[in-house]
Design a protein around this ligand. Structure first.
Ligand code: CA
Ligand code: CA
Length: 551
């Protein structure tokens, strides 16, 4: 009996010690997780919904021409959004992203690139405009609590590497950006005494030698050489002949990628996490590919313009790869012990629809149709976001600020602006969709409001998008003509059938609700509408129940 008791004691001791070792393992894990996740956020420019080859982000409408193996793999490692939205072009998308507000927000006020009075110089008949547009701002306010400021409250080191739009260029001012590496893709420099301009490609200037005209990336400006081809580009040969590049000018997309890699190398082991926001200029016009990749697509018989665009897209993809590889092996010694991928949220997104084909989507960059607003979006966060998952939850630029806040544990309600007032945000966090805790977010309406003109692409209008059950509807209001249009983009992705031409009673019910919600949005935000040219009076909001005229 004694022996049995002894065995019992031994067993109990064993269980106890196992429990202790397990719990200490747990503590260790918690300690590792204590460091907030780094965030690497790649923001492409003008990359359309169907411009990448994965089908995950676009309902299996991935490109059959363009090749994006890195982005495709990223999609398989994280969550893809089929209904990710932006504004219609660069500056307003970035302003909304960084401020967390619609253009109507007090700290935002950026509705369009340049101004809301962009007339079409190509046609004589336009503009005989009826409405004097609202005078917008070009950049967001410095005193708002923006996306960078929010992350800084948790000790993040913040960097912007690439395009500054919706924020000032040059990037000066108090925007919470520790490293404001604002770089432009139009490079101008004197060569043999003559002012020379280039898109994307470095210039060999009289005074500075090879340059991108940038204090941040000039050290990456020298032409491609054997070392670069054999080391940096080696993993991405992609059946292109890289030897064609030798001695040719460096592409800015490679330089921004190299700069970002060096930033990750420098920050990987820091006590504080980093937020590296990389708004690439690619694939914005002037479309400029990289020689080896352009040749690859030309050899397939593609027209020069398409080959150049394909080349630029694959070049962007390679640089997403470079940055991703820097996370796997920050010190570059070939050993993955220093891999920080698991503690890094990696995001790939684009700022507006494509400038070229977006089929089956209607329209292009600058339009409020799906082709102008719907873009690829992928989130990867290993062990938190399910691999190879797809959601059709609609999200917008304004949602990133609250999503980041929730993911890293910032309570937005506690934040105060310098004047003591509380910042107001328009977005909704989709963190629980990412983690799989929820299928939907509670916010069902999205709005776009444009009190002005841009050439043939938009006139004064407001758009509301709503989810009803599993279907998304859009209701447009056009101020010049007091006309509404309505589409079911779940059943009619190409926006071919205006529901209001012949609405059912159920559809009219939905239209009435959307009309009411649009009006509430406009009134709550005191949204400007401009004034009538004929009499200077304020252009009125749509009528309450205005859609009933289509009954
Ligand atoms: Ca853009
Ligand atoms: Ca390593």
């Amino acid at each position: 009996m004694l022996n049995l008791n002894k065995i019992k004691v031994c067993v109990l001791l064993l269980i106890f010690s196992l429990a202790v070792s397990c719990s200490s393992n747990k503590t260790k894990k918690v300690e590792i997780k204590k460091k907030k996740p780094n965030i690497v956020f790649i923001f492409a420019d003008d990359l359309g919904w169907t411009d990448i080859s994965t089908g995950n982000t676009n309902g299996n409408n991935g490109s059959k021409i363009y090749e994006t193996p890195v982005i495709d793999k990223l999609a398989s490692q994280g969550m893809s959004f089929t209904n990710a939205y932006t504004n219609q072009n660069c500056a307003p998308s970035r302003a909304a992203l960084i401020s967390g507000q619609y253009a109507t927000g007090v700290d935002n006020q950026v509705y369009n690139v340049g101004s809301l009075k962009r007339q079409d110089k190509r046609t004589k008949g336009f503009p005989n405009v009826l409405i004097e547009p609202f005078k917008q701002k070009k950049v967001i306010a410095e005193d708002g609590i923006n996306m960078f400021d929010v992350l800084k409250t948790k000790g993040y080191q913040t960097a912007l590497v690439g395009k500054s739009h919706g924020t000032p260029h040059p990037l000066k001012g108090d925007y919470g950006i520790d490293l404001p590496a604002d770089i432009h893709h139009i490079i101008a420099a004197p060569i043999k005494g003559k002012r020379t301009k280039s898109f994307y490609l470095a210039l060999n200037s009289d005074k500075k030698g090879w340059t991108f005209n940038s204090e941040f990336v000039d050290k990456y400006a020298k032409p491609y050489d054997n070392e670069y081809l054999n080391t940096i580009l080696k993993p991405y040969k992609s059946r292109a002949d890289v030897s064609l590049l030798k001695g040719t000018p460096k592409h800015l997309t490679d330089a921004i990628g190299d700069f970002s890699v060096d930033y990750i190398k420098e920050k990987a082991n820091d006590e504080n996490p980093f937020f590296l926001y990389i708004p690439f200029h690619a694939v914005h016009s002037d479309v400029t590919g990289r020689k080896d990749l352009t040749e690859k697509y030309l050899n397939r018989g593609l027209k020069p313009r398409i080959a150049e665009y394909a080349s630029m897209i694959e070049l962007l993809d390679q640089n997403v790869g470079k940055i991703n590889n820097a996370l796997k092996d920050p010190n570059g010694d070939g050993n993955y012990e220093d891999n920080i991928t698991e503690n890094t949220i990696f995001i790939f997104y684009s700022d507006n629809g494509g400038l070229f084909k977006n089929r089956p989507l209607k329209g292009k960059k600058g339009n409020l149709t799906e082709g102008g607003l719907r873009v690829p979006l992928i989130f990867r966060y290993p062990n938190v976001i399910q691999e190879n998952s797809i959601t059709n939850q609609a999200v917008h630029c304004i949602d990133f600020l609250p999503t980041f806040a929730e993911l890293v544990g910032v309570d937005l309600a506690t934040l105060k602006k310098k004047d003591g007032s509380k910042p107001k945000y328009d977005g909704a966090s989709f963190a629980k969709v990412l983690t799989g805790e929820a299928k939907r977010i509670s916010r069902e309406n999205l709005f776009w409001h444009l009190p002005g003109y841009m050439d043939e692409r938009f006139s004064p209008s407001t758009l509301i998008q709503t989810r009803v059950g599993e279907e998304y509807f859009k209701l447009f209001y056009f101020y010049e003509t007091d006309v509404f249009e309505m589409y079911n983009i779940t059943k009619d992705i190409s926006e071919k059938r205006n529901i209001l031409n012949n609405p059912t009673s159920k559809e009219m019910e939905i239209a009435l609700q959307m009309n009411a919600d649009m009006l509430t949005y406009l009134k709550t935000n005191d949204a400007p509408t401009g004034t009538w040219v004929k009499n200077g009076k304020k252009v009125p909001y749509p009528k309450v129940e205005g859609v009933t005229k289509y009954q």
